[in-house]
Design a protein around this ligand. Structure first.
Ligand code: ADP
Ligand code: NA
Length: 341
């Protein structure tokens, strides 16, 4: 039997941050031992908001190098750039024609992001990109999608689209066309990490850490210098309470920063609270910054090594694209056949 398949991706622009790491990348590392894994940089998604054309390719390479620096091994997993595999965009069009606008209007990220840009100016791609995301997933007959909590609704949409495609075109029509009939797409499952599924902003307790937030101080980027990390943690929002707690809903800041400490040190929330829960903010923050810097240091060191060998990175991405293309184009063909092309 084939190994179960995993696919996940991150938008490469704006740099990757701790939310991306704890919500997604960290769980990818263990999955690659047990699953057939595909990890991509979703550059086609990155252009749904205003972007800098000069920075796009460089940001995409940075993200690829960071995947590898965090432990994604090109000998075990397929690492590729979304735009290098044309089946994603082609399949997205086929799926888009079958997706009700009402389903897309309900997406929380659409509501939030379009509100910021203003509805007249907003690109149609911002509304339809969850369909491209469904194509990303379904093109690989993906069993499991490891992502953070913010993506839950989009994965459910991908499931709904897969089910609709299978029931509309998977049976009789496909057989009558001389095809095999049956399922066109595997219906994927979501997998969220037990801790870190939602890493919060450092400056706004109720928002998730995100690269699209205006304030750079709201997030810790994986490539931030020790000095930057220390400054950001120093400035991170606190409350008037004493000590750190993870289970007091009245104190989101205390919970967020204690959670970051637990994640950075690899301890459970309970033991992190036993360890540092009685500290004052002024004593805790430097401990948190030290733990963060220590966690990031080996990643940044490997990152620099990888960036020093540009030819190797190019080769990894071109081999990755070839492997991804072989898988994705088969699914595209199935879908095309079933729909009558
Ligand atoms: P961003 O929101 O920073 O633009 P993406 O949309 O590219 O990031 O998401 C890439 C991955 O990182 C997804 O799996 C997403 O769920 C995860 N992720 C993003 N932000 C967070 C966060 N604050 N906490 C946990 N996971 C997150
Ligand atoms: Na996002």
């Amino acid at each position: 039997a084939r190994r179960k398949r995993v696919l996940s991706g991150i938008q490469p622009t704006g740099g990757l941050h701790l939310g991306n790491y704890f919500g997604a990348m960290r769980s990818w590392i263990n999955l690659q031992e047990l699953y057939d894994c595909y990890f991509c940089m979703v550059d086609l998604h990155a252009i749904t908001l205003p972007h800098d054309p000069i920075a796009l390719q460089e940001d995409t390479r940075k993200a690829a190098a960071l995947y590898m620096a965090c432990g994604i091994d090109p000998a075990k997993s397929v690492i590729f750039v979304q735009s290098h595999v044309s089946a994603h965009a082609e399949l997205a069009w086929l799926l888009m024609t079958q997706t009700p606008v009402g389903w897309l209007n309900r997406m929380i990220q659409w509501k939030e992001k379009s509100r910021k840009v203003g509805s007249e100016e907003v690109g149609a791609g911002l509304l339809t990109y969850p369909v491209l995301q469904a194509a990303d997933i379904l093109a690989y007959q993906t069993d499991v999608v490891p992502v953070g909590e913010d993506q839950k609704q989009h994965i459910e949409l991908a499931r709904d689209i897969a089910e609709r495609m299978n029931s509309r075109y998977g049976g009789k029509p496909w057989k009558k066309l001389g095809g095999r009939g049956g399922r066109i797409f595997k219906v994927p499952d979501i997998m969220m990490p037990p801790a870190g599924a939602r890493v919060m902003s450092l400056t706004e307790g109720s928002a998730k850490m995100s690269k699209s937030a205006e304030l750079d101080a709201s997030r810790i980027n994986l490539l931030d210098s020790p000095k930057d990390v220390q400054n950001k943690i120093k400035r991170a929002k606190t409350d008037a309470g004493e000590g750190l707690e993870y289970d007091n809903p009245e104190r989101p800041e205390a919970r967020n920063l204690l959670t970051l400490y637990a994640l950075a040190t690899g301890h459970s929330l309970e033991s992190a609270q036993r360890e540092v829960g009685s500290l004052r903010w002024g004593d805790f923050k430097p401990r948190l910054a030290d733990a963060m810097v220590a966690m990031l240091e080996p990643i940044q060191q490997r990152y620099n090594e990888i960036r020093a060998d540009d030819a190797h990175l190019t080769q990894v991405l071109s081999e990755g694209a070839a492997k991804a293309d072989a898988t994705a184009s088969r699914s595209l063909e199935r879908c095309q056949q079933a729909m009558g092309f």
